[in-house]
Design a protein around this ligand. Structure first.
Ligand code: KIV
Ligand code: ZN
Length: 389
């Protein structure tokens, strides 16, 4: 497959792996709204669902394929004919269809999930890819639990599925087990030991059980992967998947070091995060990187003073770049005079005409009582001040 060597493919699986979260199921119209927003965001591939899992999921893949035409539309299957037939049928209106099939690759899965042998599983993997190739040109193979798989066996499996026609090979750290160095070394091992690896794109798919999904994905990219699988807000099974906004902003912030570009319109990241959070009933934690409520909020006096002198003292990303109007200076008992002055001026007060020290002492007394001082509180404080002066 020909591709720009600097392009990093963004494969969004919010509608499949993300939607597996209990209580987050979406209707077909909701999936279409999110699919259209993902298209506008600029993702390269949308994993639209797992068609065999339910009639509703099947229908969502059909309807999404009809209206979302720019990205590749992908459907998940297990490595069996029934699943693959169903996915091929669901994708029949897709302009650029991809079947994503696969099977377990760790001894744990081979023994306790499939009660099988390495040899039999390898054969099944290659057969599934060959079968899917009858329906679509673009077939992605996932080696489930590759994070815990033996590298030599994994390399044999990957070589066999590429020989069978896989265009993309996905190396999931299904259980979020690996350390970044281990995961990166696994990708490098495949790059160096799979003879036909240059005929396919290596994809990283990391889960966040140890909070390492983004770090592991970046490590995979630094070692040869050219597609990253991720979800908006990092939603997904258990502790979730790699967060799209984190990996995209890490690539952008460290472009000089990593050298990869994406087609993502980063200004859409925050609006899409809010939309997905609302529709999937999954609140975003306040300190979530990039899109959390506090991601661009400064609350301690030292940081507030620094950021008011120069934004970049405490911000490595311009909030406007991710669709957030501006950073926030939160007034609390940890704030200093500079932050108080900033907010008073914003509310129209002329600082030379008030005694800032005295106002600051009154502000601190109030802030010790309340957790956060809002505009109303400040206006009241200044009203009181006028009366006492
Ligand atoms: O985590 C995983 O291994 C998966 C595969 C089905 C791609 O989601
Ligand atoms: Zn997954």
């Amino acid at each position: 497959m020909l591709h720009n060597p600097n392009h990093l493919y963004i494969f969004d699986t919010t509608l499949r792996d993300g939607e597996q979260v209990p209580g987050s199921q979406l209707t077909t119209p909701e999936k279409i709204i999110i699919g259209e927003a993902l298209q506008a965001l600029g993702v390269d591939i949308i994993e639209a669902g797992f068609p065999i899992s339910s009639p509703g999921d099947f229908q969502s893949v059909v309807e999404l394929s009809k209206v979302v035409r720019e990205p590749i539309i992908c459907a998940l299957t297990r490595a069996n004919k029934g699943d693959i037939d169903c996915a091929a049928e669901a994708l029949k209106y897709a302009k650029r269809p991809r079947i994503h099939t696969g099977i377990g690759s760790s001894d744990m899965h081979i023994k306790y999930k499939f009660n099988s042998t390495r040899e039999a599983i390898l054969e099944r993997a290659a057969e599934a890819v060959k079968y899917a190739k009858q329906f679509v040109e673009d077939v992605e193979f996932y080696a489930e639990d590759a994070g815990r798989a033996d590298n030599v066996y994994l390399a044999q499996m990957i070589e066999a599925v590429i020989a069978a026609g896989a265009t993309v090979v996905n190396i999931p750290d299904t259980n979020g087990y690996c350390l970044p160095e281990q995961y990166g070394a696994k990708i490098r091992f495949l790059k160096e030991n799979v003879k036909n690896i240059d005929q396919a794109i290596i994809s990283v798919h990391c889960h966040n059980d140890l909070g390492l999904a983004t770090a592991n994905s970046l490590s995979g990219i630094q070692n040869g992967a050219r597609q990253v699988e991720c979800t908006i807000n990092g939603i997904g099974e258990r502790a979730g998947n790699t967060s799209l906004e984190e990996v995209v902003m890490a690539l952008k912030t460290h472009y000089q070091t990593l050298g990869f570009q994406t087609n993502i319109n980063t200004k859409q990241l925050y609006p899409l995060s809010t939309m997905v959070s609302r529709m999937m009933r999954m609140p975003v934690q306040a300190n979530k990187a990039i899109v959390g409520r506090n991601a661009f909020a400064h609350s301690s006096g030292i940081h507030q003073d620094g950021v008011l002198k120069h934004r970049e003292n405490y911000e490595i990303i311009n909030p406007e770049d991710v669709g957030i109007d501006q950073s926030e200076i939160i007034l609390t008992a940890r704030s200093g005079r500079h932050a108080l002055k900033h907010h008073l001026e914003r509310l129209g007060y002329t600082i030379d005409r008030i005694d800032l020290d005295q106002t600051y002492q009154r502000f601190l007394a109030l802030a010790d009582e309340k957790k956060e001082i809002k505009d109303d509180d400040l206006l009241r404080l200044m009203g009181d001040e006028a009366e006492t002066n």
